[in-house]
Design a binder for this molecule. Structure first.
Ligand code: TXA
Ligand code: MG
Length: 359
């Protein structure tokens, strides 16, 4: 088993120089390093080395047909790994890079098929986090990095989460503190016209539409003619907490009433119950074994930022039944609910089912 070193980075290039030298040496030798980004922590290896890709899949416990995102640290490097890049992609890059946007493009032969899970396309992202950028530049400019969680676990938003999932599986974990956003990047397929959103994220539909005009969504059933999902990762159950998670949808009063009833039932059966609640409602779930206040419903950035950590905390606590409120907030609601729905395997309960009964 590998000995994993954990080292703090400051984001100041001068102070981090030695650490970056060490980290880039590991990457150039085909090793793995967990790194902070502005979205979630990544599990980084050399994107141009097929053996590094294989090691990433093994460390993560991920099926090797699920492609990796290639991270760059200069817009000029886009053309070195992608070809036939459409004008719209440059427009998006100009507007949102560096930042939490990933674009799927036709790949060049320099990118091995191991990195792209056998596909002829490559997903490219230019993160804004300064530690990530220093690291990518120092390591040759092309870094494959899926989210650092073990396959099926919630993504990592702190170095401690990475230690939990990757101790003994990577050479180094760079601790850059808590990530800012907390949800993975938005993914847009630029190989189709009009471009298609494959994964919701911080860069939302409205922001993309301002640049692109027409955006097509991928439906849950798959794309046209019921093809499989274009982002292969979306077919796997994701972010699964160990307990059974259900999302309750409805007005605040209906939601609270419904969750309290469900909690009461599961408590009586002897289960450990948990609730994920907005700050406004958190005090209304007295019977639950634990209540996680995820933040004010007015503060959607906080909800996004806390979501994965809350799911992990509930695992650690041993929650067996978890009931979550819905967070259909204006800007990030789609991305937040996408992650919650996946974590719950699409288990949604309408909160008003008890309304008649309560009259
Ligand atoms: O914010 C992020 O994007 C983070 C940080 C570390 O940058 N990375 C991340 O990677 O979320 P990962 O591997 O957990 O998710 C990447 C998703 C998967 O669903 C994968 O199937 C999809 O992107 N993907 C990668 N390459 C693709 C391609 N060529 N075509 C379609 N989907 C692709
Ligand atoms: Mg992931």
């Amino acid at each position: 088993m590998l000995i994993t070193k954990v080292a703090k980075a400051s984001g100041d290039p001068a102070a981090d120089r030695e650490l970056m030298k060490e980290a880039s040496g590991i990457i150039r030798n085909g090793g793995l390093v967990a790194i902070p980004t502005e979205t979630v922590y990544g599990l980084a290896g050399d994107a141009l080395n097929p053996d590094s890709a294989k090691r990433i899949y093994a460390a993560k416990g991920r099926p090797s047909d699920n492609p990796l995102i290639v991270h760059i640290a200069r817009i000029e490097d886009l053309d070195k790994i992608a070809r036939d890049v459409p004008e719209e992609a440059y427009k998006l890059a100009e507007r949102f890079w560096p930042g939490p946007l990933t674009m799927v493009l036709n790949k060049r032969d320099t990118v091995p098929k191991e990195t792209t899970g056998g596909l002829d396309t490559v997903a490219v992202r230019y993160p804004v986090n300064s530690i990530a950028r220093e690291f990518i530049s120092a390591s040759g400019g092309f870094i494959a990095a899926p989210s650092a969680n073990r396959s099926g676990r919630p993504s990592c938003t702190t170095a401690e989460h990475c230690i939990r999932d990757l101790d003994g599986r990577v050479e180094l974990i760079i601790d850059g503190g808590e990530v800012g956003i907390g949800l993975e990047s938005t993914i847009v397929d630029m190989t189709v016209k009009p471009p298609c959103i494959l994964r919701q994220g911080y860069i939302n539909e409205d922001m993309l539409r301002e640049v692109l005009g027409d955006i097509l969504y991928e439906t849950k059933e798959g794309t046209k003619d019921n093809e499989p999902p274009k982002a292969p990762g979306m077919k796997y159950r994701h972010y699964a907490p160990a307990g059974k998670l259900a999302i309750v949808h409805g007005s605040p009063d209906d939601t609270v009433r419904c969750i309290n009833r469900l909690v009461e039932k599961r408590n009586a059966e002897g289960y450990k119950t948990a609730v994920i609640a907005s700050d406004e409602n958190a005090g209304r779930y007295e019977g639950a074994g634990i209540v996680k206040d995820i933040g004010s419903s007015e503060d959607e950035d906080m909800i996004a930022h806390r979501l994965f950590a809350v799911l992990r905390e509930l695992d650690d606590w041993g929650a067996e039944y978890i009931y979550s409120e819905s967070f259909d907030t204006p800007r990030l609601g789609r991305a937040i609910m996408d992650r919650l729905l996946r974590a719950s395997a699409n288990t949604v309960i309408e909160g008003d089912i008890l309304r008649e009964e309560m009259k």
